[in-house]
Ligand binder design. Sequence first.
Ligand code: NAD
Ligand code: TDX
Length: 331
Amino acid sequence: MQYLVTGGAGFIGANFVRHLVEHTDHHVVVLDKLTYAGNRESLADLDPARVELVVGDICDAELVNQLTAAADVVVHYAAESHNDNSLRDPSAFVNTNLIGTYTLIEAARTHGKRFHHVSTDEVYGDLELDDPNRFNEATAYNPSSPYSATKAGSDMLVRAWVRSFGLQATISNCSNNFGPYQHVEKFIPRQITNVIDGVRPRLYGTGQNVRDWIHANDHSAAVQTIIEKGRIGETYMIGADGEKNNTDVVGLILEYMDQPRDAFDLVTDRPGHDLRYAIDATKLRSELGWEPQYSNFEAGLKATIEWYRANEAWWRPAKEATEAKYRAAGH
Ligand code: NAD
Ligand code: TDX
């Protein structure tokens, strides 16, 4: 089969392409604009007979139409993905996350193609630290940031296209990913690369915010399971019971990198900063039989630290520009 993977030169998309190459015989076409977040080096070692990179925009209807017509399955990862950027300038988020998704689902319905939409747990807003409930497929949408609002809107478009036009689509909402190939703007790679540079990690606000961590490889396997076995029109939550507060995560990074666990600074909070995310993935586990394989967070974090130590050539070119943006925001 031919898979069209949008955003396949980004963090999670590149991990998914690698998953397809390793675990299936499918041919993969990646459609990626190579924004600041895309990196062709993340795919450079893959066999060109299996993986082809088309540099282009998911808002380009003609290109999207042509690539969708040639594909059997469209897996949609491309997005503007960083909350802090969305607070600085939301315009690219509205274009890519809303218009881009609209362009793709129009093409998928025209050509009658199977479509999988990759989304986030952030569409549900946040939870109190002591709330016994976690997000599930029935939780009401309540996004906080321009990023999560545009992702929520994109989910709604896909749902409407399923109901109104019979689009053959599934949706997944996943929690925070970590692992190799993640841009240095994101929390875990930012802190690892800061420590490598002798800079103290910087925690927003009180450092008590909780994220539900999952390894990108587990996310990839879950998406492939949903594509193969999921029911059309359904949403599946993806999570691996990995709740940790930011202070504990930074403490582990510091410990594994031979620094004192308290060698970090608290800085200005992110406006509208969601307090806690937590996922209940019972439906995915019980209906489709998916189980995480990388749920030992400490082992995954150590391997991720080693990956950033060994792959400085991959992340170094983006580091200074990223830190300059953070300095301007007081972060
Ligand atoms: P990323 O920012 O690392 O990668 C996004 C990719 O999309 C980049 O390669 C970029 O070049 C490409 N892209 C951006 N705009 C484009 C456009 N207009 N046309 C074509 N390509 C474009 O993001 P990520 O962290 O890998 O996230 C991938 C997807 O997973 C997103 O949809 C995100 O909402 C979702 N998600 C991410 C997380 C997480 O923890 N990172 C968790 C749940 C869901
Ligand atoms: O320097 C930092 N210090 C800090 O305390 C950075 C970059 C982040 N943080 C905090 C903010 C969050 O509480 O760490 C937590 C994680 O931050 P991000 O990596 O920016 O992720 P988050 O905002 O939780 O969103 C992520 O998960 C859901 C992804 O970026 C989204 O694409 C995904 O949808």
